[in-house]
Design a binder for this molecule. Structure first.
Ligand SMILES: Cc1ncc(C[n+]2csc(CCOP(=O)(O)OP(=O)(O)O)c2C)c(N)n1
Length: 291
C-alpha cells in the first residue's frame, strides 16, 4: 500500500501506532464519562487497534482533501462503533475531539450514535442497521471497477453481524465480480449484544467459511499492532481478482479489566467514579506493556 500520493512518506511506526491507540482508548473513556446516555464502549474498545491501524497507517485518506477521487473508501458496517471512528478521525485531523464531546448524541449533532455521511463530510457511508455495510461496500468496489478507479474499499464488520444473510450474499457477489479492491476487516470479539456469539450462532469453522466463498483470508491478533500492520502490508493489489478478509481476534472491552468479556459492557455509561477506575485500569495496561 505504499507509493500513493495520499500516503505519507513517513507513516507511523508500530510503537507510535500503539501510542495512538492508547490515546484513542483514553478519549473514548472520557467521552463515555461525560456523555449522559449509553456508549457502545465494549465494541469500541475491541476495535480501537483496528481503527488506528487503518486510519493512521493503511487507508489512503487526507483530512485536508476529503473529496480526492483516489482516496480509499471506509465503510463502518458495525455502525454502533461510530464514536470510535469519529475520535480516530479526530486524532488523524479530520474533526475536533472537543466538538465531538460537546455535541455527541444530541439531536441534530453531526456526531450521532450511528454515522451519517450527509451530516458529517468525511464519513463515506451511513450505517447502523447491521449486515448492510458489506453489500454497500461491494457496490462501491464494483462502481470503482467500472470507472477504472484504483482505490480500495475497506469495510469493518462485527463478527456477530456476519450472522446476517446479506453479508454472505455480498461475499458471494464480491468473489463473482472479482473485487480484489475490496477488503473486509472483522472485529472478532466473539460477543453479541447480550450473549456470547457461539451461544446463538455456530460460526466455526469461521475462516474456512470465507475461504469457501472464494476470499483471500488473513488471520491476526486484533490487538497486536505489528500483526495488523503486517496484514495491511500483505494486502494484494487492487487489481487482484479476490477480495480479502482480515479476521481480527479481539476482546470486547479490551484495555479496561472490568469491561473485558463482560456482557454488561456492550453499551453503558461511566459515572465519575467509574471513569477514574476505567482510566486507572487502562493506564495499568500501559505500565505492564512498558515494564
Ligand atoms: C439489523 C440490526 N439488528 C440489531 C441491531 C442491534 N445491535 C446493535 S449492536 C448489536 C450486536 C452486534 O454484535 P457484533 O456485530 O459482534 O458487534 P460488536 O460485538 O463488535 O459490538 C446488535 C444486535 C442492529 N443495529 N441492526
Amino acid at each position: 500500500m505504499s507509493g500513493h500520493p495520499l500516503l505519507a512518506a513517513e507513516r507511523p511506526s508500530v510503537v507510535q501506532l500503539e501510542d495512538l491507540a492508547f490515546e484513542l482508548r483514553s478519549k473514548l473513556l472520557h467521552l463515555c464519562g461525560s456523555y449522559e446516555g449509553a456508549v457502545h464502549i465494549g465494541g469500541d474498545l475491541s476495535a480501537a487497534d483496528i481503527f488506528t491501524a487503518l486510519f493512521q497507517y493503511g487507508l489512503r485518506v487526507d483530512p485536508s482533501d476529503i473529496s480526492n477521487p483516489s482516496r480509499d473508501r471506509f465503510v463502518l458496517s458495525k455502525g454502533h462503533a461510530a464514536v470510535c471512528m469519529y475520535i480516530t478521525m479526530a486524532i488523524r485531523g479530520f474533526f475536533s475531539f472537543d466538538e465531538i464531546v460537546a455535541t455527541y448524541g444530541q439531536l441534530d449533532s453531526a456526531y450521532g450514535m450511528h454515522p451519517c455521511k450527509v451530516q458529517l463530510p468525511g464519513v463515506e457511508c451511513s450505517t447502523g442497521s447491521l449486515g448492510h455495510g458489506l453489500p454497500l461496500a461491494v457496490g462501491m468496489a464494483l462502481s470503482a471497477r467500472h470507472r477504472g478507479e484504483t482505490h480500495r474499499v475497506v469495510c469493518l464488520m462485527g463478527d456477530g453481524e456476519t450472522g446476517e444473510g446479506s453479508v454472505w450474499e455480498a461475499a458471494m457477489a464480491a468473489r463473482s465480480n472479482e473485487l480484489g479492491n475490496l477488503v473486509a476487516f472483522i472485529d472478532r470479539n466473539r460477543q453479541l449484544m447480550t450473549s456470547f456469539a457461539e451461544e446463538r450462532v455456530v460460526f466455526e469453522p469461521y475462516p474456512d467459511k470465507w475461504r469457501a466463498f472464494g476470499w483471500n483470508v488473513l488471520e491476526v491478533d486484533g490487538h497486536d499492532m505489528a500483526q495488523l500492520v503486517g496484514a495491511i502490508d500483505a494486502l494484494p493489489t487492487t487489481t487482484d481478482n479476490r477480495p480479502t478478509v482480515v479476521i481480527c481476534d479481539t476482546v470486547k472491552g479490551k484495555g479496561v479489566d472490568f469491561m473485558e468479556r463482560n456482557l454488561a459492557w456492550h453499551a453503558g455509561s461511566l459515572g465519575v467514579a467509574d471513569l477514574e477506575r476505567a482510566i486507572a485500569a487502562l493506564s495499568s495496561t500501559r505500565v505492564e506493556e512498558n515494564a
